[in-house]
Design a protein around this ligand. Structure first.
Ligand code: SF4
Length: 342
């Protein structure tokens, strides 16, 4: 992807009229062109001049794995400087959701997460984030389908790369380009409180989700090390400020680790914290990454949901069609030998 600003500057330098800029931008964001040669509305000499100066794709596809029933596809890309980036497409009856990465690796180092094992390699640019979405938009097109939702829930902590994350949200949301509704875009943070406060002041109606994973500091400190910086009281104070400012609901994501965070103590604490109508809990089965944690069985998830609902928590179990293809963030990149920082 090339930003609108870069396209405009390059065309201005080439002495081209302003309308060319929109043509090129829309060829990339609506026509999903991967090469200037495809832009047949442009004169041949201009296509050549652009190809000498700009690269439409910031990522190269390395490998794609599809789940047996075809509901999820995970792609490993490589950046121009050789870093691994992963994204997942999950298709449902009426939706097609892309889960994007915002960083290569992650500094947060959640103990159950493969990306944490990579350590932080570098932030991704907005162009590299948007290219993950355009890749799947291109794949969906022959079936006459389109990307309906984007979640920033792959490798990385989006608010540790706030500016590029927001720029990517805006590029995806641009009515003149890709045109995805703000409400179809969700950013998921593990609880970076300053980022949550900043995000609540943005004018667009992008969704926010918080990866909670535990409801007591004692447990959360061990699962999400960032909890020592922003403990649960602060996290929920920021959540309340977000709801007050935006009048929007807040989704809490909860990766269920069998026998660890599905105990009665956690259920009681969740009941005290995650109160409807503004808060909703989304239970996600942990994808085994070869560590010490165990994936819950379907019966365990249903039992946990029933216990939570019995104490008044609004909650759902998210189907995770990516289980068979190592869809948990960072897993494919780890397999491809990205240096583990452990
Ligand atoms: S779960 Fe998210 S925040 Fe935690 S280490 Fe993995 S990518 Fe980072």
């Amino acid at each position: 992807m090339i930003s609108r600003e870069t396209i405009a500057t390059t065309l201005a330098d080439l002495g081209e009229p302003a309308y060319r800029s929109r043509q090129v931008y829309q060829a990339l964001t609506r026509g999903f062109a991967t090469d200037f040669a495809e832009m047949t509305t442009l004169p041949v000499a201009l296509r050549r001049a652009l190809a000498e100066r700009l690269r439409p794709l910031s990522l190269e596809e390395v490998e794609t794995r599809a789940a047996p029933r075809g509901a999820a596809r995970k792609t490993l890309f490589r950046t121009a400087d050789g870093e691994p980036v992963e994204a997942v497409l999950m298709t449902y009856a009426t939706r097609a959701t892309v889960c994007v990465s915002t960083q290569v690796g992650c500094a947060v180092r959640c103990t159950f997460c493969a990306s944490g094992r990579l350590g932080l390699r570098r932030d991704l640019t907005a162009e590299e984030i948007v290219d993950q979405v355009l890749h799947f938009a291109r794949e969906l097109r022959p079936a006459d389908r389109r990307v309906t939702n984007v979640v920033f829930m792959g490798m990385g902590e989006p608010f540790h790369n706030y500016d590029e994350t927001l720029r990517a949200c805006r590029m995806l949301n641009d009515e003149d380009g890709f045109g995805l509704a703000a409400r179809a875009i969700s950013v998921s943070t593990v609880g970076v409180v300053p980022g949550m406060d900043r995000f609540s002041e943005e004018p667009e109606q992008f969704n926010l989700a918080v990866s909670l994973h535990a409801a007591t500091d004692a447990l959360r400190d061990t699962l999400v090390p960032l909890n020592r910086t922003y403990p649960i009281d602060e996290l929920f104070a920021a959540s309340a400020r977000y709801v007050r400012r935006t009048h929007r609901k807040l989704m809490f994501e909860y990766v269920v680790l069998r026998g660890v965070n599905d105990t009665d103590e956690q259920v009681q604490m969740l009941a005290a914290r995650v109160r409807p109508p503004h808060y909703h809990l989304n239970l996600i089965a942990y994808n085994q990454t070869g560590g010490d944690f165990r994936r819950p069985r379907t019966a365990d998830l249903n039992d946990l949901r029933a216990r939570l609902e019995s104490v008044g928590v609004s909650c759902t179990v998210r189907s995770s069609p990516g289980g068979e293809i190592e869809a948990a963030c960072g897993q494919l990149a780890l397999e491809h030998g990205a240096a583990s920082a452990d």
